[in-house]
Unconditional design. Sequence first.
Length: 497
Amino acid sequence: MKRKPNIIVIYADDLGYGDLSSYGATTIRTPNIDRLAESGTRFVNAHAPSATCTPSRYAMLTGDYAWRASGTQILPGDAPALIRPGQFTLPLMLKNAGYATGVVGKWHLGLGDGKVDWNREIAPGPLEIGFDYGFFMPATLDRVPTVLIENRRVANLDPADPIRVDYRSKVGSEPTGAEHPELLKFGADPEHSNTIVNGISRIGYMTGGKAARWSDEGLTDQLLSKAIDFVTARKDQPFFLYFAVNEPHVPRAPHPRFVGSSGMGPRGDAIVQFDWTVGAFMQKLGQLGIADDTLIILSSDNGPILFDGYDDQAVERAGNHKPSGPYRSGKYSIYEGGTRVPMIVSWPGHVRERHVSTALIDHVDFVASLAALVGQKLPRDAAVDSFDMLAPLMGQSERGREFVVEDTKLMVTTGTTVASSGARILALRSGDWKLIRGSVEPHEFHGNEIGTLPHHQLYNLARDPGERENLAQKMPDLTARLAAMLDKLERDGRSAP
Ligand code: NG6
Ligand code: CA
């Protein structure tokens, strides 16, 4: 190896196993991502660490499963920083290895120490945990404040129009979706019916910061241009870019040039927009002459969902499209659809080309695997669930993990807010087997089954990938053995060697 490769993680938001044509989608076409898959290795056994955003990203960036820490649920837009300064992280490790590090896109890991004042320096945030540069949204597309932060400041903020945010009660005088549904581009459920920004009602209330608010239709182009600026400025040194795109998370409001492109309504159009973005970004890497020196990992933070609060026709227009592919359920679920996600890795001349890998890998492994790649040692007490999966990640070995812990948390409604503050549900995949730990009666959220039952469930994923035949009663010994193994992994406080 001449020099350390650039590393880019392109992390989609709620993209399902079945949402790409390289993974079997026939209604949606994703030619640019398919080309990336052809140029590298496509994984069929890759897992996001959790079935929702915040815990998956927490685990990916720290190497610790989120369920080991408290507070690792879907965060409101004004939550304090979850990963604390001093904590070991992927960007910090790469920085120690001489990398320039940046994040562009969705953050959703909290900011500040308590009540953030959006009109001042905002810290701690990405810059305090290992990123040299950040251009990011605080939380999600559907949560206030709908502004972008560059490093520690809200970008384009007019000091004469200060921002205020509240998640409990209305601030300012701007209309809400609940009061004025006639002002909306599309209808929304009560949780998504607070302050209207750009014709879309959000979760939470905000006022001020008018000049700083993003336009949903232009946001992806804006993030792409910041990602391009970042790699262009750092093309002569190794860099790490965490490019956290929003597609196809709600609200889905793609740029007009993609409207109608999928025939499936806004959700499909958002996936086409994502595919285009990947293509444009790859083309830029080629123009900069760094494509051959760049390792790209493309994946998703959790499984898919059709209806997630907005009336955008995702359900009605899905047709035969199966966003989770052959897997059961999707986002929020402990079934495979919750965390089994597409993952593509490419690095010309290094990652095996045109390969489909069956190796079992979890995003929590990025830390240890990339540390091995760049020659960094991990502190003994850090990245406690991260396995060195460098060889399988490079498509050079099918020997992945022997087991993976899957995770979700139940959604709970209190008053008008919905949060994943309920019980934590864990499952263990080991070889062909999957044990879902017994917890509570069946639940569902927005049409996705969560997968809970009071008793343990056991599935054979080789014979029954759709998790239809619960074998727990037929095979009590294996069920008990796997349940004990899961208990021990939890108790030990560490699962990596
Ligand atoms: C939920 C939101 C959902 C989405 C999700 C986070 C409600 C009813 N639903 O609480 O719309 O924002 O949080 O998604 O409030 S994630 O991909 O960031 O985990
Ligand atoms: Ca997500």
